[in-house]
Design a protein around this ligand. Structure first.
Ligand code: ZN
Length: 214
């Protein structure tokens, strides 16, 4: 069941497992969501730091990692988000990244001021971190740690272009209030939160109005 999204609610059998894997299974996570979400196609968007923060959402995909810092030996050159031809990436990786984007594998994006974070579903889940400032991407890195830019990063860059277009077109005021936006795939919210809620309220106003879960 490796990398299947889900929540263990009961264990009925004796089992044998390596402790490192066991931690992944029993990590206690917060699946409650609170706040107001905008719906846009397959995504839910939030502009509230308390609703879909990356500290909370990353727990849904990754085992607890503590505060261990990265050691990085290189810093990629900055490039503009609106011209990805400037990204020095191998052609095969670019093609795979485009495929990942089309397959909607970028399940979560958070832009908090200039700090960006995204989760990509590949052979397992990967975290991509970057800085975004005045249209420029800096210091992008992925937890697959391959040499140079990877397909996960490229998929995130395409998703980021898409997300910022939506924000600019539909949610400019909401975004400018806090300089903060998160997007999450609706299916993930359903799988990881809504279906496990025994109590709460969801309010549907009409097709274009917010969904409220508390
Ligand atoms: Zn990667």
């Amino acid at each position: 069941m490796k990398d299947m999204l889900g929540i263990v609610v009961d264990v009925r059998h004796q089992f044998k497992v390596r402790p490192s894997k066991y931690e992944r299974v029993i990590a206690k996570i917060d699946t409650q969501l609170q706040g107001e979400f905008k719906i846009f196609n397959r995504l839910l968007l939030s502009f509230d730091r308390k609703s879909l923060g990356k500290e909370k959402i990353s727990q849904w995909f990754f085992p607890p990692q503590g505060e261990e810092p990265y050691i990085s030996t290189y810093r990629p050159d900055p490039f503009p988000l609106d011209d990805l031809t400037q990204v020095p990436i191998e052609h095969a990786r670019l093609e795979r990244g485009l495929q990942y984007y089309k397959e909607q594998r970028v399940v979560y994006v958070c832009i908090d001021d200039r700090y960006g974070y995204a989760i990509v579903s590949g052979s397992e889940y990967y975290e991509v971190e970057f800085e975004y400032n005045n249209g420029i991407i800096e210091d992008i890195s992925c937890s697959c740690y391959c040499d140079g830019h990877c397909k996960h990063e490229f998929a995130v860059l395409l998703e980021l272009q898409y997300t910022l277009q939506i924000v600019e077109r539909e949610f400019k005021n909401e975004y400018s209030k806090n300089g903060y936006v998160t997007t999450i795939d609706k299916d993930v919210v359903w799988q990881m939160s809504v279906r496990w809620s025994n109590k709460g309220t969801i309010i549907f106003h009409n097709q274009t109005e917010p969904i409220i879960i508390n």
